[in-house]
Design a protein around this ligand. Structure first.
Ligand SMILES: C[S@@+](CC[C@H](N)C(=O)[O-])C[C@H]1O[C@@H](n2cnc3c(N)ncnc32)[C@H](O)[C@@H]1O
Length: 182
């Protein structure tokens, strides 16, 4: 029998418990979103919000990057994206494996909050982990089923163009959303 999925009101608590001891990504495992690849295409001084920054590893290169994460001491602000308050507006958001859990309505709320933190013209870089049946790492957590169709639908809903969408060999997905005035 499938173990019960954790109710959404306890989901963040469970995620924090999981991610406070999550290991850093082994190099070579994350393809499109590893630091050397991003460093080649994004200006070093770009204003970046790293949503769910984990160990805040991208900060070593990007000098104006702020990392937020409710589970890790390495974050600049140890908060969820839902709770984060600032007057700053960013040109870029990284959402690498962080907006990935719970219901569609939870995910949409988190995206809306991320979009509010950004300049009118901005780019969101994504690493998404699609739902895989019986993945033991899911820990009774509902993994949002990211698909190409969902990326298209959400881009339209939030006013973005889906600039790039790639499936990595490890089954994760890389996506790049661009919002421009043209
Ligand atoms: C799979 S890890 C990825 C960490 C990091 N981005 C990386 O690429 O190594 C997902 C991260 O999202 C964070 N997270 C979970 N819920 C979050 C929320 N509501 N707001 C911001 N970050 C969250 C977790 O604490 C965790 O560090």
């Amino acid at each position: 029998m499938e173990p019960d999925i954790i109710p959404e009101e306890h989901l963040q608590e469970k995620l924090n418990e999981i991610f406070k001891t999550w290991p850093p990504h082994p190099s070579g495992d994350i393809y499109y979103t590893d630091l050397p690849t991003l460093a080649q295409q994004i200006d070093k001084s770009a204003r970046i919000i790293d949503v769910g920054c984990g160990l805040n590893l991208y900060k070593q290169h990007f000098v104006n990057l702020i990392g937020i994460d409710p589970a890790t001491d390495e974050a600049d602000y140890k908060v969820t994206v839902e709770e984060f308050v600032t007057n700053q507006r960013f040109e870029i958001a990284f959402c690498f494996g962080s907006i990935n859990y719970g219901s569609e309505s939870r995910v949409k709320t988190q995206i809306a909050k991320t979009v509010d933190l950004l300049e009118p013209e901005n780019t969101i870089y994504w690493r998404q982990r699609p739902y895989i049946k019986d993945n033991p790492y899911h820990n009774r957590v509902q993994v949002f089923d990211w698909t190409l169709e969902k990326n298209k639908e959400f881009c339209q809903y939030f006013g973005y163009t889906l600039d790039q969408y790639e499936t990595e060999p490890n089954t994760r997905v890389y996506a790049k959303w661009i919002k421009s005035n043209t």
